[in-house]
Design a protein around this ligand. Sequence first.
Ligand code: TA6
Length: 283
Amino acid sequence: MNFDLSDLKNKGIQVNALHDFSVLHIENELASADICLHGGHVLSYVPAGEKDLLWVSRHSLYTEGKAIRGGIPVCWPWFGSVKSPAHGVARIRNWSLKKAASEADGSTTVVLSLEPAAEGLSAELYVNAGSSLRVELKTVNHGNVSATVTEALHTYFSVGDIEGVQVCGLDGMSYSDKVLNTEAVQCGSIVFDRETDRVYDDTDSVIVIRDSVLNRKICVERWGSNSTIVWNPWIEKAAKMADFGNDEYREMVCVEAANAGRDKVCLPPGASHILGTRIRLIG
Ligand code: TA6
C-alpha cells in the first residue's frame, strides 16, 4: 500500500492484518469500521456505544480468490451466476487505497479503487463511517463501446434471531422469488420462516430492519439502485455452505442495494454510474 502510515494514523486509520489481508481500521468519536483491501470489503460498522450492525461468519475463509462471507461484498461487474465467478470479480480482487480523510463532521472517509477491472471498466468504492455508514460504488466506462453492468452492495446485517426480524418498507412491491421461481407482490413486512431469496423491483423507499431480539431498528437507504435483494439461506442452504455455520442463518439477514436481473446499468463510453447505500441505527 503506497500510503504514509503516520498520515493515516493522524486521520484515525490504522492498518491491521487479517490472515494475509490488510484491513483499514477506522476509529473516530462517532463509530469504528473495518474495510479489507481484499474485495474492497467492509467488514464491520460499529456506531459509538452500540453493537456491530454488520455480520461476518465465524467460518469465513480469508484466502485469495475467495469472497469473505459477511460484511458488504461488492458484487460487480455482474450479479449472480450469469458468469463465473458468481457475483463478479470485484469481491475476490485486491483493491488499493486511493484517498483517506477525516471529515469536519467527525466521520472518516476512505476511497478504494479497482483498476483496471474488467472490459474497460474501473470501479471506485467510497466508504464514510460516522453517525451512519455510507458506501458508494462508482463504475466508469473507459472503453470505446457501451458496457452493461449488474451489481450489488450485498450487505449482511447482524440480527438477534432471524425469527424476530421484520424487514419493512417493501409493502406492495413486486418481486422475483428465487426459491419458488415465481413472481409475487409483497404484502406487508417481510418475516422469515424459510429460505428467502427475493429480488424486488424497487423504488427509492426507505427500508427498516426491525429486530425484536436486539431491540433495535436499522434504516437502509439506497440510491442508483433499481433492485433490492432480501436473502436468508435458512437451514438447508446454510448447511451446504462451507464458509457458513449451520446455525448462523439465525444471526443474519441480507438487504442489498442492487441493479440485478432485469435492472441492468448500460454505460455508454465515458459514462459513469453510482450505486449507494446508507445504513444507520434509528432506535
Ligand atoms: O443475494 C442473494 C444471493 O444471490 C443468493 O442467491 C445466494 O447465492 C447469495 O447471493 C450468496 O451468494 P454467494 O456467491 O456469496 O454464496
